[in-house]
Structures are given as C-alpha cells and as structure tokens.
Ligand binder design. Sequence first.
Ligand code: SAM
Length: 234
Amino acid sequence: MMDKRTVVEAKTVFQSSIDLDAKTRAQYYNNWAEHYEKDHALLGYRSPYLAVEFLNGNFQGSREDALVLDVACGTGWVAKLMRDLGFRHFVGVDGSEGMLAKARMTGLYQELKQTLLGSEPLPAQPDAYDIVMIAGAQDAGFVPVSACRELCCAAKPGGLVCMSRGHHTDVKSQEYTRDLEQEIQRMEVEGLWRQVGIHRTNIYMKNPHVDLQKDTEKTPAIPGTVYLYQKCQP
Ligand SMILES: C[S@@+](CC[C@H](N)C(=O)[O-])C[C@H]1O[C@@H](n2cnc3c(N)ncnc32)[C@H](O)[C@@H]1O
C-alpha cells in the first residue's frame, strides 16, 4: 500500500523535536528514519543539495579517488548525491542507529559508525579524509560547535570541510550560529583552515514553524549557509 505523507505530518514531527537533548534526539531520529526523506522532501529541505553543489563546484581533485567522511550522514542523502557526481568512497557517522540502517541500505558506505558527537569523539583518524561533509546537523541539541575542530582534524592537509546548515529563528539556534561563526573564524586566525567560500541562501527549507494558511505574516522559508573551508598544511 502507498504510504502517503502530508506536509502537516512532516511539520508536526519536525516541531516535536525542538528542545530535545542530543541523546533523546537520536531516539527521535530512530523513529523518524522510515519517513525521513519523504518528510524532508515535503518540507523543501535543501541542505544536502546545497552542500554537495557548493562542494562539487570547488573540488579540484579526483572524484573517483576522494575519500569522503559524511558526518551526521542520516539516511545517506549526501552520499547518494555525491555518487551521482562520480564520488565513490564514503565513511558515515551518525548518532542514530535507525538512520544508519537506512544509510547501510544504500550500499554506498564502506564503513558506518554510530557515535553521538559531543558525548563521544569523532571516530576518525587525523589527516585521513579528502572531504568532510556535514549537512543539516549543526544546531542547538544536534552536533555541538566544539565538533568543528574535529571535522577539520579529520581532513587531510589541503582537504575540504563543507558544512551546510539552516538558520532557525529561536534564541538557541541564533546563539549556535553566533558561536559557530566565531569558532570558524578563530580556527582561521589560528591557521587551521582557510575559507574557500561561503554560500548564503534565503531558501534552505520551508519554514517548518509556519502554518501558511493561518500565519501569513511570517517568512515562508528559513535561510541557510554553506561554509567551505580548506585545511591548511602544517
Ligand atoms: C536533519 S538530519 C541530516 C541528515 C543528513 N545529513 C541529511 O542532510 O539528510 C540530522 C542528523 O544528525 C544526526 N545527529 C544529530 N545530533 C547528532 C550528534 N550529536 N551526533 C551524531 N549525529 C547526530 C541525527 O541522527 C540525524 O541523522
């Protein structure tokens, strides 16, 4: 039987996640894994597309040979898009076993590791990856700002770190954005990485907090940013 989802159902699940701590959030994603991609399509979620497009336009190495670390890989959306562009080698990390089970079904990842970032270190050798991707997972209650250094550490010198995230309007998200952007700049001043480019968009996803029929004064979409950095040579 066709499993039809509606925008209202997708928004309801999305809104029920606000204010969860990281551990409860992993459980929440276990429960959402089955409907995650359908619901996010209904929500107009563009994070994986924005990340992959920006990365691909700035990547100059061999796509076939590049080793990609997909952090907070979820169901494997990022790897599926990158595969279509010729990338072949993926390692995935996520806190939710349910999401990892979906990622495993893609057959794209040579390794998938369950890790709750913030509570546990990123399971990656230093200087190991040509590309480190993280899409849709940098926000309050998700992957903490402190993990940013671990992403950089996992990249090879000269490797790229691509971070794609939405700017939700609640106070905690705004604080996260401020702290993340400060940390990104600090790392640049420390000579850990250099900026390749920043892509800002007004349409990262539909505003999941708005019922457009009743709430027309609010913006229909939330903005987002893709940050692309290159790890410096030691
Ligand atoms: C919105 S989904 C994004 C998944 C995928 N990158 C995409 O764009 O479709 C957020 C993902 O981050 C994971 N996540 C959230 N907090 C995490 C944490 N602290 N450590 C590891 N994974 C986390 C969730 O389990 C979920 O799979």
